[in-house]
Write a protein that binds this ligand. Structure first.
Ligand SMILES: Nc1ncnc2c1ncn2[C@@H]1O[C@H](COP(=O)(O)OP(=O)(O)OP(=O)(O)O)[C@@H](O)[C@H]1O
Length: 448
């Protein structure tokens, strides 16, 4: 597996969320951050106040540490805003939030208030800025017609659920090109075309329409009870924004059409070949297979079916070429650039000895999901560690989460990646917070 692009860096940030009233009463973690003498990364020291967890000081690893009174707009300015010019110059940028359940990942990435400017989650604040920039480009050249195409899905176990298409199940597979493909159900269309539905991508031409579409899609997201709260995201949500125009969207639709036409033709060629080969042999007296003297393989029939298949394959290749041509001949570099936001499902930790009972009761299924989420996050941790330290082999195939994120990790020149480690200041969640900080520090050190 290829190592990360040398220009792509992963910056790690920490965000403390405000304590709830009961957490303030029960006691808060003592924490302080300091700048190292050399370099610009920060370290954190934490100490449990009431419990007897061991104090810990991180190495210099974090690019910035946000305090409990820093709002989403402040976090956006420091983490995502610097990436907007990179996306407009054609780079791909990825942002994801990592942290234990209830630590503030959804609050940070998606946000819970869609209208208050300072509370917009990172993805909405980014899209608003992108739309502003695209509008200026469109005004300067009305042929560009730029907008944002987005896809939104959530991952649970090995299935991706397409939130823009009624939460339909999609399968995650690695294609012969080594890339990860997320494909929905197979549909038989008019004229015998067989379409394997791709993950939906919806084009929006204004920020307001994007916000409404996003809100609608997010409404389909699954929530359940974690060991910390009862509105927990029990899946990883992935939101991909791509700069598109109508020409690009139409070319993509045309590619899906050409692929749909190829499926029955390809199957027919395989069937003909198998049929001819089957007729050309017969059972011997001993039970083995021998040539059938009464049948001569109809090579013409096979060649005809293969020629038809080649013709349809060429149509697919031409449709792919059309897409590449649109991208390469575009008057703007940003066409096709991506921004990806990942709101990971919350890692769960066992409560410390003497801590309060969990706030929410979990069903056995939710406990099983919790174990699966932890397994995924462990795989992600290993991938980030290997990728950040430029190891030649990165085991992206170890979970469907890492398979899906593969493209985003390996994505292109001139991009940026950032991880925001969200943490709770509650003393009773000390070990969970410590775990997240340690994880972030490993990644931060490896990427520095
Ligand atoms: N920085 C913050 N400022 C204000 N409120 C916050 C902040 N971070 C989190 N919260 C609040 O804390 C609660 C839990 O946050 P959130 O749902 O974002 O957690 P999460 O990490 O996504 O949890 P899970 O993984 O279980 O879904 C929410 O009510 C959220 O509004």
């Amino acid at each position: 597996m290829s190592a990360r692009n040398s220009q792509t860096k992963l910056s790690v940030y920490v965000r403390w969320r405000p304590p709830t009233q009961s957490e303030s009463v029960d006691g808060l973690i003592e924490q302080q951050s300091c700048a190292a003498n050399t370099g610009s990364l920060l370290s954190i020291s934490v100490k449990q106040n009431v419990g007897n967890g061991r104090p810990w000081t991180s190495p210099p690893a974090y690019k910035a540490i946000f305090r409990q009174d820093d709002d989403n707009a402040t976090v956006y300015s420091a983490t995502v805003a610097p990436a907007i010019p990179q996306v407009l110059a054609g780079g791909n940028c990825n942002f994801f939030a990592y942290g234990h359940s209830g630590s503030g990942k959804t609050h940070t990435i998606i946000g819970y208030e869609f209208k208050n400017e300072r509370s917009l989650g990172l993805c909405l604040a980014a899209s608003r800025k992108l739309f502003e920039a695209l509008e200026s480009l469109n005004q300067a050249d009305d042929e560009l017609g730029l907008g944002i195409g987005f896809s939104l899905f959530e991952l649970r176990k090995k299935i991706a659920f397409d939130l823009l298409n009624g939460r339909t199940e999609c399968h995650i597979r690695q294609g012969s090109d080594g890339k990860t493909h997320i494909r929905g159900q197979t549909e038989v269309l008019e004229g015998g075309k067989v379409r394997v539905r791709p993950l939906s991508q919806r084009a929006c031409w204004t920020f307001e329409s994007f916000r409404e579409e996003l809100r609608h899609g997010l409404g389909k997201r699954a929530v359940g009870s974690s060991s910390v709260h009862d509105q927990s995201s029990r899946t990883h949500a992935v939101l991909r924004l791509e700069i598109v125009n109508r020409q690009l969207m139409e070319a993509r639709d045309a590619l899906v059409d050409r692929e749909s036409e190829l499926v029955p033709v390809g199957k027919r060629a395989t069937d003909v070949s198998i049929e001819e080969q089957t007729k050309a042999v017969m059972r011997s007296a001993e039970g083995g297979w021998i040539p059938n003297p009464d049948y001569r393989v109809n090579q013409d029939r096979i060649d005809k079916a293969e020629a038809e298949k080649a013709e349809y394959e060429a149509r697919v290749a031409a449709a792919e070429e059309d897409i590449n041509a649109i991208l390469s001949s575009s008057k703007t570099k940003c066409l096709g650039a991506n921004m990806v936001f990942v709101d990971l499902a919350g890692a769960e930790y066992h409560q410390e000895k003497g801590a309060q009972a969990p706030l929410a009761k979990q069903t056995p299924q939710e406990r099983q999901e919790g174990r699966q989420i932890n397994t995924d996050l462990l795989a992600l941790k290993e991938v980030i560690r290997a990728w950040s330290s430029n190891q030649p082999r990165v085991s992206f195939r170890s979970s469907s989460l890492t398979m899906v994120l593969r493209e985003h990790f390996l994505g292109g020149e001139g991009g940026a990646s950032a991880m925001i480690v969200t943490v709770s200041p509650a003393d009773r969640q000390y070990s969970a917070t410590l775990n997240s900080l340690k994880y972030g520090s490993l990644v931060g050190v490896a990427s520095s």
